[in-house]
Design a protein around this ligand. Sequence first.
Ligand code: PMP
Length: 450
Amino acid sequence: MTNTLNTEHFWMPFTANRQFKSRPRMLVSASGMHYTTDDGRRILDGTAGLWCVNAGHCHPKITEAIRRQAAELDYAPTFQMGHPKAFEAASALVSIAPEGLDRVFFCNDGSEAVDSALKIALAYHQVRGNGSRTRLIGRERAYHGVGFGGIAVGGMAGNRKHFGPTLAGADHLRHTLDIARNAFSRGQPEHGAEIADELEQRLLALHDPSTVAAVIVEPIQGSTGVIIPPKGYLQRLRTLCDQYSILLIFDEVITGFGRLGAPFGSQYFGITPDMIICAKGLTNAAVPMGAVLVRREIHDAFMSAAPENSIEFYHGYTYSGHPLAAAAAIAAIDVYKSKGMFERAASMAPYWEEAVHNLRGLPYVKDIRNLGMVCGIELDPVPGKPGARAFDVFLRCFWEKNVLIRTTGDIIALSPPLIIERTQIDQLLEAIADVLKSQKSVPDTHSMAA
Ligand code: PMP
C-alpha cells in the first residue's frame, strides 16, 4: 500500500520527515493490544499509542458511542449555547476525580489544557484582586505540550529555541532524576524530597512570593524519560504552595486514567492539587479532547467576582466539549469504571515491575525506573550521538520484533494499554532484551525526542 501512497504533502509532527519517508512506518488498523501495519504485520503496542489508548484500541463501546453521536448531533456552538453530552462528560470526569476538583473546562488536547490552566491561574488571582501574581513556575525536563504557555513553563530548551521570547517570568525548578543516588529504584525513589525546598529558596531569594501565580508539575515526567517523584517530594511542594498561597497544578496528561493504578496520579500519591490537566486517556484517544479540572473555589471566584459580566472567563475554543469528544469521554470513563481497569492496572503493576527490572544487567542498561504501568529504561549513550542507541532499538523492535516502544533521548519509555496480559508483557520485554543483547554498532539513524 505504501508504494502507491503519495507522501509529499503531509508535514509530519515530531518526526524526522526525510528519514521517515525513505522507509515509512505505516499503521493502518488497530484492535485491542495490536496495531496492523500496511505490510500486514501485527504490532504489539507497548506504548498505548502515545500514552493514551488505555482501554485498548478501537474499544467497541467507545467506537459505537462516537458513531451514534455523529449521527445525532455533530456540532453545537460554544458561544452562549450548550448540549447535554458536554455536561454529562463533565460529570463523568468528576465522578473519578479527587474530592473537591469538581468543575471542568474542556478543550481539545493536552497543550490547550495546559494553556487553559495557566490562564485560569492568572485570571483567578486577578479576579481576586491579586493581579501582581503573574509568575509561573515549572521544572527542568518538564513537557507541557507545545502552546506558548506550555513551552514557557516546560523545561525542554529544544522546544523553545526557534520561537523567540515566550511568557515573561516563567521559572523552572530542578528536575528530580538522580541516577547516582536512585539507580534501579522500584517505585518511588528514596532520595530527593529535599529538591522541593528549592521552591522556597527561589521564593525567598529571587521572587517575591506574592508575584507567583502557580507551580505546574507532571506527577511523573513522562516525555522526557519517566522521572518518578522521590518519596515526599510532591507533598513538600503542596505544603509550600499552601504556605505561600500559590496554586499547584498537576499536569496529568500521562498519569491520568489509570496509568498508576488509580484514576489520577493525584489519588495515587494522596495529594490534591488545585487543578488537574488531562487529555489522552480522557477519550481513550479515539477523539481529541483535553480538560482542566478545577477546585470549586477557583471556579466560584469567577462566578462571584464579575456579576455584571456575562462571560466570566475570556477563553474557550470552537470545539470545547465537542459532541463527539464528549460522547467518547462518557463511554471511555464508563469502560474504565465498569471493567475495573484502574484496579486491573494496580494489580498488574507488581508483575510489570518484576518484568522490567529483569532487564537489569543487559548490555547498555544504565537505569530502570517504574511506577504503575509505566517504565523508563535508560541506556548508555553512544558518544557524540545522543539518542541514537535507543532510537536504533526502537527501529529494530518495530521491524524485527513487531513491538512498538517509544524512545526519548537515550531512554526507552513503555506504557502499554492497561488491558495487557502477562504473556504480552513477557513478549514486549523479551523483544527489547533480544535487541539489546544483539546490539553491536549503532547505525547513523536520526533520533528525535518527541
Ligand atoms: N502535558 C503532558 C504531561 C504530556 O505528556 C503531553 C503530551 N505528551 C502534553 C501535555 C501535550 O498534549 P497534546 O500532545 O495532546 O497537546
